[in-house]
Design a protein. Structure first.
Ligand code: ADP
Ligand code: MG
Length: 264
């Protein structure tokens, strides 16, 4: 029986670029919050299902997935499964989620499927973290419509800020229509390499665009972070002493502190 509390804070991790660290952040931030004994739900909203395998779930053993929940064929409780970490539960994805856009085409509430699915469980968690696909498709729109806050990972590479205006436009459209309470939780610099000028340049550009919205915590490029998914383990299990693990733990602390003071 899940303990009820105040409503979870729902954070959606989005950037339509692939390979910027969305899934790595979703998996490891969720795990770090859970290690801090926050009841956390990781929602895998990407048909590639990298977050699902990244926390060690075997997709072939799943009965119902997020797809079934979002099209109305399964309740949230029927989709949620346990993970290897005590306070972390998962709404897993599988490849059938690709069919979601087509399945929902004629439904008037197609942007609100995830919001409706999560509604009965928001009091059972402290945090709900949603991993988005690398697009601004209906799945990402659902994630932003269900969320309280948007976390934008920015990879410290060339063109890091390119395409961000489309993301921000989508955010503004959803905020002015379906989800007025949506805010930007923060911009997270990922794969930061302090030895390169480029990383520092991206950090400067991000700060001049997003000002105080840029998280103080930066996620460095760290080989162990890249290895962990192939072992089906969040970094805190795979190598708790790595700089990747301490960085995601620091991000969790920063988010917890921001919520505590009501800024987040
Ligand atoms: P996205 O979900 O945005 O497509 P991922 O989180 O899957 O991006 O990251 C893309 C690739 O980069 C993955 O192989 C991942 O393991 C790796 N990666 C992500 N963050 C880091 C990091 N900080 N250091 C090293 N490798 C990383
Ligand atoms: Mg991903």
């Amino acid at each position: 029986m899940l303990k009820l509390s105040a409503m979870a804070q729902i954070i959606c991790i989005a950037n339509q670029k692939g390979g910027v660290g969305k899934t790595t952040t979703a998996v490891n931030l969720s795990a770090a919050l859970a290690v801090c004994e926050k009841r956390t739900l990781l929602v895998d909203c990407d048909p590639q299902a990298n977050a699902t395998t990244g926390v060690g779930l075997d997709k072939s053993h799943l009965i119902k997935t997020l797809y079934h929940g979002m099209i109305g064929d399964a309740s949230a409780d029927a989709v949620i499964v346990d993970s290897q970490i005590e306070f972390l539960k998962v709404m897993p994805a599988r490849v059938e989620l690709i069919g979601f856009d087509v399945e929902m085409m004629d439904r008037p509430d197609r942007e609100q499927a995830l919001r409706h699915l999560l509604k009965p469980v928001v009091k059972a968690f402290d945090y709900i973290i949603i991993d988005c696909p690398p697009s601004l498709s209906l799945l990402t729109v659902n994630a932003m419509t269900a969320a309280d806050a948007l976390l934008i990972p920015l990879q410290c590479e060339f063109y890091a800020l390119e395409g961000l205006s489309q993301l921000v436009q989508t955010y503004q459209r959803i905020k002015s229509g379906l989800n007025p309470k949506l805010k930007i939780a923060g911009v997270l610099l990922t794969m930061f390499d302090r030895r390169t000028n480029l990383s520092h340049q991206v950090a400067e550009d991000a700060e001049s665009h997003f000002k105080t919205l840029v998280y103080k915590t930066m996620i460095p490029r760290n080989v162990r972070l890249g290895e962990a998914p192939s072992f089906g383990q969040p970094i805190l299990l795979y190598d708790a002493m790595s700089v990747g693990a301490t960085s995601y733990f620091a991000l969790a602390k920063e988010i917890l502190a921001a919520n505590h003071t009501g800024h987040a």
